[in-house]
Design a protein around this ligand. Structure first.
Ligand code: HEC
Ligand code: HEC
Length: 288
């Protein structure tokens, strides 16, 4: 090839190059055309195929939402609610799929009656329906997504991770949830629930979304591996048996104090009564 080119006179070489160039242009145009029409023919279909499952899920979630949630949260999740005598729910724009999965997955939503706090109850929706509701709410505005299973899988947690999780738990969570994760009362009739038996996914989502009085522990505050270690600790806490005797609810000094008070003072009262009774008997014996 290069030998051939070398044998060409400069003029012929140029024209040959020009011909080459225009041929290249034609090929390029044909190529573009082919790619363009191929794209027109196939790509949108592929995109539709990719998106249709998702948009179908969103559509499904929207329908479920209109029936089960809109009365309190508004037809477009804008908050407020339209139902008579119903509790107005907050706007759900931007709460993310994680908040929906947590609230509906723990049965807190749909709320059934007004109160300081929505209690946990058996979920009303199936997991597929919850996913549809979550997909719909997530489609309205970006928000925290449902974590991937690896994020909260603690089946292979090491002792070191559990210990680390315990430290993080004591720093961030015990103020409300108690040292043993058994929960505790908060002002105005509210409470931090017990964390025993909580699904690891819901625990992760609770940290991510901060329901009610609970702060949001964003990934900057508690990194994903911190969250996982906290869950590993909760898991270990749950499997740990009480060391012996009564657990006393492990509520700490308050219940221990109460127990001491009841049992201790109770015993003293019994002794006093017994002494009193003996005294009376003794007196009676003297009088005889
Ligand atoms: C009877 C009224 C009512 C119904 C029905 C209801 N909600 Fe709620 N929802 C509330 C109220 C009130 C709150 C705020 C409660 C709280 O802070 O504990 C709330 C809170 C939420 C939150 C938490 C928002 C946040 O900022 O983290 C989500 C998510 C949610 N609801 C989703 C739903 C979904 C999904 C449904 C339908 C399956 C639903 N709700 C049905 C009243 C309702
Ligand atoms: C300021 C108090 C407070 C702190 C601090 C706090 N929480 Fe909470 N937490 C709450 C309250 C209140 C709720 C109940 C919210 C509701 O019912 O809507 C809750 C709910 C939860 C739940 C859901 C339990 C269930 O029954 O579904 C989990 C899990 C949880 N918290 C874990 C944690 C962890 C882990 C930390 C520390 C990283 C933490 N919380 C820190 C107040 C707190």
């Amino acid at each position: 090839m290069s030998e051939k080119r070398l044998s060409l006179s400069p003029a012929r070489f140029l024209s040959a190059r020009r011909r080459h160039r225009s041929a290249g242009l034609v090929v390029l145009l044909f190529g573009l055309l082919a790619v363009g029409s191929a794209y027109a023919a196939f790509a949108p279909d592929n995109a539709v195929a990719d998106n249709s499952a998702q948009s179908q899920q969103i559509e499904e979630g929207k329908k479920l939402f209109a029936v089960g949630c809109a009365s309190c949260h508004g037809l477009n999740a804008e908050g407020g609610g339209t139902g008579e005598g119903k509790m107005a729910g907050p706007s759900l724009i931007g709460v993310g799929a994680a908040a929906v999965d947590f609230q509906v997955g723990t049965g807190r939503m749909p709320a059934q009656q007004p109160g300081a706090q929505m209690p946990r109850k058996p979920p009303v929706y199936t997991q597929a329906e919850i996913e549809a509701l979550a997909a719909y709410v997530a489609s309205l505005a970006p928000g925290p997504a449902v974590p991937a299973e690896e994020a909260y899988d603690v089946s292979k947690a090491t002792d070191e991770q559990v210990t680390r999780g315990g430290e993080l738990f004591r720093t961030n969570c015990t103020a409300c949830h108690n040292f043993a994760g058994k929960g505790g009362a908060l002002p105005n009739g509210r409470y931090a629930p017990s964390l025993m038996g909580v699904d690891p996914k819901h625990a992760y989502e609770a940290m991510l979304t901060g329901p009610q009085q609970m702060p949001v522990f964003s990934d900057q505050v508690l990194q994903p591996e911190d969250k996982r270690d906290v869950i590993a600790y909760l898991n270990a806490l749950q499997e740990q048996k009480d060391p012996g005797g009564f657990g006393l609810g492990r509520l700490g000094p308050v219940s221990e104090g109460l127990w001491g008070w009841l049992v201790g003072i109770g015993a003293l009262v019994c002794v006093a009564i017994w002494i009193g009774a003996k005294g009376v008997k003794a007196k009676g014996a003297k009088a005889e």
